[in-house]
Ligand binder design. Sequence first.
Ligand SMILES: NC(=O)c1ccc[n+]([C@@H]2O[C@H](COP(=O)([O-])OP(=O)(O)OC[C@H]3O[C@@H](n4cnc5c(N)ncnc54)[C@H](OP(=O)(O)O)[C@@H]3O)[C@@H](O)[C@H]2O)c1
Length: 264
Amino acid sequence: MKIAKMEPTKQGTALVTGATMGIGAAIAERMAREGMDLVLVARDAARLEAAAKRLRADHGVEVLAVPLDLSHEQAPAKLAERLEDERVAVEVLVNNAGVAQVGPVADTNPARMRALIDVNARAVAELTSLLLPGMLVRGHGAIVNIASTAAYAPAPYNAAYGASKAFVLSFTRAVWAETKRTGVRVVAVSPGATETPMNTRPVPGKRQPEQVAETVMKAMRGRGPAVVDGPFNTVQAFVFSRILPTRTAARISGQFFRKAASES
Ligand SMILES: NC(=O)c1ccc[n+]([C@@H]2O[C@H](COP(=O)([O-])OP(=O)(O)OC[C@H]3O[C@@H](n4cnc5c(N)ncnc54)[C@H](OP(=O)(O)O)[C@@H]3O)[C@@H](O)[C@H]2O)c1
C-alpha cells in the first residue's frame, strides 16, 4: 500500500519501530487514535501485516508495514529510501525497537552484543539523522527516542543494554539542544519495568504499555529533553543519577539485574 497515493490525514504520518508488540504496539495504537497515518517497522512480516490490518480497520488510517531487521547495517538507509519512494514525509519518528540481554559481559556472545548495540543505539542515531533534516526544512515534527530507566546508572549484568540506553539518552539530549526553536520536538522517554513480551518478570509497580504510550503523547507536548514514565520511575531515575554515589547505584542495580539473569 502506498501512502503517497492516499489523501494524507491532517495529523501526518508517524513511523514507529518495534510496533508489533509491547510498548511500540501501544504507541502505534495511540497515534492511530489521534488520526495519524502510520509506518510500522519490525522483523516479523506476518505479525507486522496483522498489526497494520488491525489498525486500518479500527481507526481508518493508512498504514505502511515495512519488515526490516534494524540490526542490519543498511537497514536505516533502506528504510529512508523506502519512505522516499513512497513519498512519505514522517511527522513523528518513534525509535522504540529494542532488545534486552541479561548476564555477565564475560559470558556474552560478542555478535549478540553487537546486534543489541546496532538496534538499541546505532539505528536510533541513524534514523534520527536521516529523518531530522526533512522535519527541519518543514519547520515541524517530532522525534521520540525510547530509552530506559537503565540509562540513568550503570547496569551490571545488563551492561550493554544499560549503556545502549545511556547512549540514547545522551544523544537525544544533545539533539534536543541542537533543535531548540526549530519547531521540531526531540525527546527521550524512559520507561521502567513495563509488562511486555520483553519483560514478563513480576516486578512491583510494573507499568502497562498503554501508560507508557500516554507518557509519550504528553512528552511530545512538553518542552524538556527527557521524560521518565510514571512517578515511581521518575524518582528512581533521579535518585540513581543525582543522589546516590555511582558505586552504590551500580551495586543496587546490579543486584536487580543479577537476579533477573539468574531467573532468565
Ligand atoms: N518492557 C520493559 O520493561 C522496558 C523497560 C524500559 C525500556 N524498554 C524499552 O522499550 C522499548 C520497547 O520494549 P518492549 O518491552 O515493548 O519490547 P518487546 O515487547 O520485546 O517488543 C519489541 C519490538 O521491537 C521489534 N524488534 C526487535 N528487534 C528488532 C530488530 N532487530 N529490528 C526491528 N524490530 C525489532 C519486535 O518485533 P520483531 O521481533 O518482529 O522484530 C517488537 O515489535 C525498547 O526499546 C525497550 O528497550 C522496555
